[in-house]
Design a binder for this molecule. Structure first.
Ligand SMILES: [Zn+2]
Length: 255
């Protein structure tokens, strides 16, 4: 498996892109502004999108991606996977003919370039030797983490979440965990804001990550622009025994 980080910032700015992760050549997890780093051919090769949740920093690239690959997908739709609340939000608030055309009925309902595929919490999708499993998390809108298993290795991405038991329980039930990308949106001085917006800050992440029985490479993501070094320093201080780094974008992991 090849994991490529296209976007990993909690905001935008020169050199900063929001959440998008490519798995091999055909799968995207989230479609933040990082999608814009793919070449046209790379965009045409995307067959599946797995949405963690509906928030704009994770979804804004999807309508633009579809517009860009429209001809390539006209005989072979892009499948957009997510929990029902996420897919409903995309239909209602993005593909509503006001913000963007409804690509789930274009060029015709029978041969649309996009199809929605509902995922159940705890459900899995098998795609060419890779299994993607949806795990419930704790965000201000219904959200998912994804566990990706392939080639005997395991990659997990938290999506957006505050403190929860579901993700850590699911990770502890895995036979192994090689790479974990986990969000830490805020520094400890923003603890209240982190809790209200259901994101992690270093102290709350450390409390949950302390229960993890695996020892993966851990990469922090979704850090607020300007607070990256502060957040990484606080997480490292709280979890001195863990292998911790922060994503900056452009990383690839071969598993
Ligand atoms: Zn969010």
């Amino acid at each position: 498996m090849n994991i490529r980080i296209l976007g990993c910032s909690g905001g935008i700015g020169a050199g900063l892109r929001t959440t998008a992760i490519r798995v091999d050549e055909d799968i995207l997890i989230d479609t933040g502004t990082g999608v814009g780093d793919l070449t046209l051919d790379e965009m045409r090769a995307i067959r599946h999108v797995f949405m963690t949740h509906s928030h704009l920093d994770h979804a804004v690239g999807l309508p633009l991606l579809l517009d860009t690959v429209f001809e390539a997908r006209s005989s072979d739709p892009l499948l957009v996977h997510g929990r029902v609340e996420t897919l409903d939000a995309l239909r209602k608030h993005i593909f509503n003919w006001v913000l963007w055309p409804d690509f789930s009925v274009l060029p015709s309902p029978e041969a649309a370039v996009m199809r929605f595929q509902e995922m159940q919490v705890g459900g899995s999708v098998e795609l060419g030797g890779r299994r993607i499993t949806a795990v419930d998390v704790n965000h201000t809108v219904p959200g998912l983490a994804y566990i990706v298993e392939g080639n005997g290795k395991v990659f997990a991405f938290s999506g957006d979440t505050g403190p929860n038991r579901t993700l850590w329980q699911a990770l502890n039930e895995l036979p192994r965990l090689d790479v974990l990308v986990v969000e830490t949106a805020f520094a400890n001085r923003n603890l209240q804001l982190a809790n209200e917006s259901r994101h992690y800050c270093p102290d709350t992440l450390a409390a949950d990550l302390g229960t993890l029985r695996h020892d993966p490479d851990i990469w922090l993501t979704h850090l607020k622009p300007g607070a990256e070094d502060e957040i990484l320093g606080e997480v490292r201080a709280a979890l001195p025994g863990r292998r911790l780094q922060r994503l900056v974008g452009g990383e690839t992991f071969t598993l």
